[in-house]
Design a protein around this ligand. Sequence first.
Ligand code: NAI
Length: 262
Amino acid sequence: MTNFTFEGRSALVTGAASGIGAACARWLDRQGVSKLWLIDRDGDRLAEHGLACDVETIADDIADEALWTDLEPNLAGLDHAVLNAGIGVGGAIADHSFEEWRRGMAVNLDGAFLSLRACLRAMRDKDAQTKTTQESRRGSVVLTASITGIKPVPGIGSYGVAKAGVAHMARIAAAEVSKDGIRVNAVAPGGVDTAIWDSSKDFRAGVSAHGREATLAAMAATTPRGRFATPDEIAGEIGFLLSDQASNITGTVLVTDGGYSL
Ligand code: NAI
């Protein structure tokens, strides 16, 4: 097993109540991270993880600038961030209402920007830097984009556009903060078996007609690998990018889609 070194480090995870974010919180805890900030608008489920490390849970909306304004001073010297909260929004461009477009953009792109801005500022905090015993900064961020931000999938509405923005924002930020010793990467998953699918009307119709397993299997049949990923598989990949094992990797968008985009 790869020996990841997260002891003595802090990390922040958004969308941590469910799916990929919850798996990332568990993964970091298993690697010995010292402190976790877990953020999700679903506060009840945040408290259910039973982790060993010091955990601060914050039940709030990542798209609310006030959350980050209040939180940023407490994050000074933050080591790692998984900026992952997101919502599913469907519909063809020609059929999208502006309200629905804005709803998707507000969380999936604006929320990612607000999260990233606060975490980068906290990571390069000058006072905190002088407190660290490390020779160089070790800050790293991973944002959760999507394969739909790379492959133009019909009917994905504002979601794919926002995720393309998230991936490019990661690359721009990587170029900007390398001089501060901070790495920024993104992952672009294909289908992952999480609760996000339950927000889709078509998915819910499939589940009531054929059951969840059969519906997921039918969707995954269009992918060379033939099945959806698990949240734990994606968390391991995010964890690698966060870790010192990936110290030469910045500005990458890691496609993890079981071959869907081939
Ligand atoms: P999920 O629905 O299981 O988890 C998302 C979490 O984000 C939920 O706990 C939700 O409460 C939280 N959240 C949503 N909006 C929020 C807001 N405004 N403020 C705070 N928390 C908020 O879904 P999943 O799949 O774990 O999603 C994680 C990320 O992965 C999302 O960005 C999603 O777009 C992305 N993704 C998921 C794929 C999939 O097939 N499941 C594929 C590609 C990307």
